[in-house]
Design a protein around this ligand. Structure first.
Ligand SMILES: Cc1cc2nc3c(=O)[nH]c(=O)nc-3n(C[C@H](O)[C@H](O)[C@H](O)COP(=O)(O)OP(=O)(O)OC[C@H]3O[C@@H](n4cnc5c(N)ncnc54)[C@H](O)[C@@H]3O)c2cc1C
Length: 374
């Protein structure tokens, strides 16, 4: 732990929640936060370039890294475990291991950035008429708060219905049903801050222009937790509700409304057995554009739509200049998608990197790049 350098070094096996706790104990903040933080390890977070709910303010795991120690496939140790903020000495080799899914070497230690400790926050559950308004509201909140927006999550009405039906203790924070919601959080390192009044001011002005239909600002930590519980249990509620088809996509934030409009229209026309459950990290242009089996639909008939649906959604994402895998990586499941959508030159360079680091193909063979193509 090096508080004055705003950094710490985590070694192999370190769990994400331990790093968060260590930072907190030193009056610092480590921003990566995701549902699996009590069990996932820093090596896994680095290798999957994990995202989570604070990316809009702090970036992904890649953005938290100052240095790495890596054991290469031939046993040599690459030690770039520095905590330098500036180091312009040629290729940034360490960055190749971030998001590499363990295909180039084993990360054994990492030097990570820390930030000022969060001492105040304001959280609201906000009803909006459509995705366009959500994107507009994000811009206004970033502007008015001095860029203090640390989370901005989009939730569709069906997300509220699924969680209140399937998850114990989840309740609808608002009295009436609305088409879309935003769960937004402002945070600051200042103990006495005006975040609540900034949030209230922006929401009131937005209400006067019908951009916001209704809103609840958390009055206690318990209320804040209940808003977050609704958001974080959507995947579990989806699972309990039946079969689902999942797409983890991103597009530039400004075109997200048009993407949702076009993709929803395609689903309505072509997948009568499914209903859309599109939610996620709108502040990052990242949506989990999922479909759940309709209550009266046949499970097999719904699942039979998988390939056609994936192709249509991912082709549309490509048309919008987006990514078919915003934060879940490639693994083995999305190798074919990578081959379809990555530019040929990029794929060639990826294979060249793999050959240079792992000429015998012993590191996670078949992940990210198809075995036999390297
Ligand atoms: C409930 C839940 C919620 C989640 N929410 C999010 C989210 O919001 N955003 C998001 O981005 N992700 C999310 N995830 C996925 C998340 O990215 C992973 O849980 C985590 O980042 C991976 O860490 P892990 O320790 O589980 O790694 P593992 O699953 O063990 O490994 C992941 C990959 O990294 C490789 N690897 C692991 N350790 C090393 C190492 N030391 N060196 C080299 N390679 C290594 C493995 O071979 C594997 O390919 C979620 C997962 C769960 C279960």
């Amino acid at each position: 732990m090096d508080p004055l350098n705003w950094s710490l070094v985590a070694e192999a096996g370190c769990i994400l929640a331990e790093v968060q706790r260590a930072a907190d104990a030193a009056d610092r903040f480590f921003p990566l936060s995701l549902g699996s933080e009590g069990t996932c390890q820093i090596g896994g977070n680095l290798s999957t370039n994990a995202g989570g709910t604070n990316v809009v303010r702090y970036g992904m795991m890649r953005d938290q890294v100052l240095g790495l120690e890596v054991v290469l496939p031939d046993g040599r140790v690459l030690s770039t475990l520095t905590s330098l903020r500036k180091d312009n000495t040629g290729y940034d080799i360490k960055s190749l291991f971030l998001g590499a899914e363990g295909t180039l070497g084993v990360i054994t230690a990492a030097s990570l950035k820390l930030y000022p400790k969060i001492r105040s926050s304001a959280t609201a559950f906000v009803a909006v008429p459509d995705v366009r308004t959500a994107v507009q509201l994000l811009a206004e909140l970033r502007d008015a708060s001095g860029d203090c927006v640390s989370s901005f999550e989009l939730i569709p009405r069906i997300g509220v219905e699924l969680t209140t039906t399937h998850i114990e203790g989840v309740t609808d924070p608002l009295d009436e049903p609305y088409p879309w919601y935003v769960l937004c959080e402002l945070t600051s390192s200042r103990l006495v801050d005006t975040l609540d009044s900034v949030l209230e001011g922006v929401l009131t002005r937005a209400m006067e222009r019908n951009l916001v239909l209704d809103a609840a600002i958390a009055q206690s930590e318990r209320e804040r937790e209940s808003f977050w519980k609704l958001r974080e249990t959507i995947p579990e509620a989806q699972r309990l509700d039946g079969a689902s088809l999942k797409h983890d996509v991103s597009v530039p934030i400004a075109v997200l409304p048009q993407f949702v409009e076009r993709a929803s229209a395609w689903v309505a026309e072509h997948v009568p057995e499914g209903r859309l459950v599109a939610y996620g990290h709108v502040g990052d242009g990242n949506l989990h554009f999922n479909l759940n089996q309709s209550p009266d639909a046949d499970r097999d008939a719904f699942l039979a739509r998988e390939a056609e649906t994936k192709r249509a959604i991912h082709d549309l994402v490509q048309e919008f200049g987006g990514s078919f895998s915003a934060e879940h990586g490639i693994g083995r499941l999305k190798v074919t998608e990578l081959e379809r959508y990555a530019p040929a030159v990029e794929l060639e360079l990826m294979r060249a990197v793999k050959r240079a680091f792992d000429p015998h193909g012993i590191m996670n063979p078949g992940k990210l790049l198809r075995a036999g193509t390297v």
